[in-house]
Design a protein around this ligand. Structure first.
Ligand code: CP
Length: 327
């Protein structure tokens, strides 16, 4: 793995390797001093061209807990506002010598393009991690979500399995605009899970021919069969409201309402990538459901991002030793 741009860059074996490393870093994060010198001397540049709370702070925490230095780029106060191009901006930052770029962008494909520029300038020595691009991919979100399901099924790292055969994951909501859905479909199916999508037809992609999923509009029936229920945010910033009759009707047909929550088995793992639109795709009561893992998703995101940064920048012999420690 030279860059992490798409879950397909990892495949099942790569996901498992990240999971084993993340198990190690979860243990580090439980220590009194939750910090290791694994990336001391490395500099990680965070280029967030689109708003973010969870992913941005999570990458910053992960870098700091690995003792890396962090270079933070703020587009709102940058020379982009004076007309500098994306390419010139990236090449300017590369000239300051970061060891890795973390990129969030509203345009699908921007991190792929930036990885190409970084390869050309540095001879392939600066990896790029996609922190979410448009509707395309959000690989570290999916890795955190896979980790969360493993950890929900077994708190002991040595007992955790990456074989999700027989598991049914139900992903509900705005599939069309969701990079989280695309990454999670790839990650969960790579590990053997079956994925069922529930969405109004207006919020499905134009073609699902290449997606290894089944689709329904019957949320109540889907919830009865789910091992994992993954609610997606209705993405108001992508003019989605014109694609549903009204938010009230959307909530009635596709929202995890209080009455649906009451019916949901306490053993069902309930997830949401955040930020949540309470009263639209989910209600505040969801946080009281015994299967809710939404807070853990955020926390586990730090462990998997530590694993990704270490996998891309750590000394190879250390990576292999850490990855095999539990296995
Ligand atoms: N889940 C997620 O990507 O959240 P942010 O947009 O806050 O990073």
């Amino acid at each position: 793995m030279k860059h992490l741009l798409d879950i397909k860059d990892l495949g099942a074996a790569g996901i498992s390797e990240i999971m084993r490393l993340a198990d190690q870093f979860e243990e580090v994060r439980d220590r009194t001093v939750p910090k290791v010198p694994a990336l001391r001397g490395k500099t990680i540049a965070h280029l967030f061209f689109e708003d973010s709370t969870r992913t941005r702070i999570s990458f910053e925490s992960a870098a700091k807990q690995l003792s890396a230095d962090v270079m933070t780029f703020s587009p709102r106060s940058s020379s982009l506002n004076k007309g500098e191009s994306l390419r010139d901006t990236v090449e300017t930052l590369l000239a300051m010598g970061p060891d890795l770029l973390v990129v969030r962008h509203k345009s699908s494909g921007a991190p792929v393009q930036i990885a190409g520029w970084a390869d050309a300038v540095t001879g392939g020595h600066v990896p790029v991690v996609n922190a979410g691009d448009g509707w395309h991919q959000h690989p570290t979100q999916a890795l955190g979500d896979v980790f969360t399901v493993r950890a929900a099924l077994s708190t002991q790292p040595k007992d955790r399995s990456d074989d999700f055969t027989g598991m049914r994951v139900v992903i509900v909501g705005d599939i069309k605009h969701s990079r989280v859905a695309r990454s999670n479909v790839e990650a969960f199916t790579a590990l053997g899970a079956e994925v069922l999508l529930v969405a109004p037809k207006t919020l499905l992609p134009a073609s699902l021919a290449a997606w290894p999923v089944t689709v329904t509009q019957d949320l109540d029936a889907a919830l009865k069969t789910a091992d994992v229920v993954y609610m997606l945010r209705l993405q108001a910033e992508r003019t989605v409201e014109s694609l549903v009759p009204s938010l009230r009707e959307y909530h009635q047909r596709f929202g995890l309402s209080n009455s649906r929550l009451e019916e949901l088995s306490s053993k069902t793992i309930l997830m949401h990538p955040g930020p949540m639109n309470r009263g639209v795709e989910i209600t505040g009561e969801a946080m009281n459901h015994p299967g809710q893992r939404i807070t853990e998703q955020v926390s586990n995101g730090v462990s998997v991002r530590m694993a990704v940064l270490f996998r891309l920048l750590g000394v190879q012999s250390d990576v292999q030793r850490e990855a095999s420690h539990l296995g």
